[in-house]
Design a protein around this ligand. Sequence first.
Ligand code: SAH
Ligand code: SF4
Ligand code: F3S
Length: 467
Amino acid sequence: MREESIRVSPEEMEAQRRFALDFRSLPGRPQTYHIVTYGCQMNAHDSEKLAGMLEEMGMTPAPTREEADFVLHNTCCIRDNAERKALGNVTWLKEIKKDRPEMLIGVCGCMVQEPGMAEKILRQYPFVDVAFGTGNIHKLPELLFRAADTRRRVVAVPREQSTLIEGLPIRRESPFQSYVTIMYGCNNFCSYCIVPYVRGRERSRSADDILREVEALQKQGVQEIMLLGQNVNSYGNDVPFSVTFPRLLRRVSETGIPRIRFMTSHPKDLSDELIQELAENKALCRHLHLPVQSGSNPVLAAMNRRYTRESYLEKVEKIRAAAPDIGLTTDIIVAFPGETDRDFEDTLELVKAVGFDSAFTFIYSLRVNTRAAEMPGRIDPAVATERIQRLIALQDEMTQMRFSEMIGKQEEVLVTGASRRSEKQLTGKCSRNISVNFEGSADLIGKIIPVKITAASKTTLKGKALE
Ligand code: SAH
Ligand code: SF4
Ligand code: F3S
């Protein structure tokens, strides 16, 4: 079956494990590592797998980049500034390496997978020792072994990313919140976006593999999982006879895991079946991230989003009717090529009409080789800045409105740690994914407890623990 044919073979995974074990006895090999992660949850979770492999290789984490024997940059290239930041930090290490020539520097992640980037690294970044793409992270043991053994540069970036990698060791950041990937890649080709080029086509993991992973996490006492995919609503479309995403959610909740989140939902594929599941399945958190990108139909069409302002608003209405307690959040791009004042006003109106809990807002950033890069009507940067400021100001008002509606309510909060301000102050996330701060003792960390919301600040809620 197709699913079997794209999976990295057990023999290959075993070969990598052998490289990991051999690495342990390599003379003069690096002992400590530090991973610098940029970008989205996908990358954060990949870093947990990279750390898992490095520890299998006998390495231990170093607290800072400067002290580490091996520094790995897991990069993002979604916008120009993300890319510049990553490259700037790689260059910064060059100076440190002058004093510590034995240090090894690695670069991986989405940026490396961009066409031409491997050549650029070879040419312009001679101090980078290891580089690999998102499609072959499982090869880290072999690549690092070669670099440490020969002291020669090793650059390996697969052209095609059609593989599904199962069975990597994972060093998870939190004992009670875990990421679980359900699918890799993206088929949507939104005209502004580089992700389909650097993450390859959609590949869904099998439901059995996902369930096995969740069951193990549930047994370890994990309280909340976040199912990851660029477009979780098309889960299974690439595999014959696969379960649908709502069905997968049902099966995941049957493991008994207390809380389930997922990222990201594409509005065009949000089905009535999913809305019903959100209404009925109480393990699903009361939060839906539904990126709208723009409130203008001509812009949505140019973005290749394949829904309209009206169909988006209709879906929002359906969600609100079926599950009124769900908080919605979104992503918005301003100053897309050709965006007129009228188009932008349509976005503001949509933001007002929906009343999102919060929004990630971005100025359009040109990505080479994407379709939007060729589009006419570039927006003046001063206009773009003014638009994003107006949008942020409006969303801030909406956030205040939503937050103040929650005052007096009782929320279930997963306590994630002490707040930055004081030890007695704890912080956590309510089911709607809003941060809640309250007083309590540290033994509540990792538990889900009832909290009464008493006040709202600009980005967080304040509350009183009821336990
Ligand atoms: N798969 C997710 C989004 C991944 S990227 C989805 O479709 O919703 C996260 C966000 O970055 C996008 O939602 C979009 O708002 C923003 N983004 C992507 N490419 C961009 C670009 N070229 N310029 C500005 N923002 C961009
Ligand atoms: Fe990019 Fe669109 Fe795919 Fe999201 S759905 S990753 S915005 S191409
Ligand atoms: Fe994520 Fe950035 Fe890659 S947003 S998928 S890390 S380009």
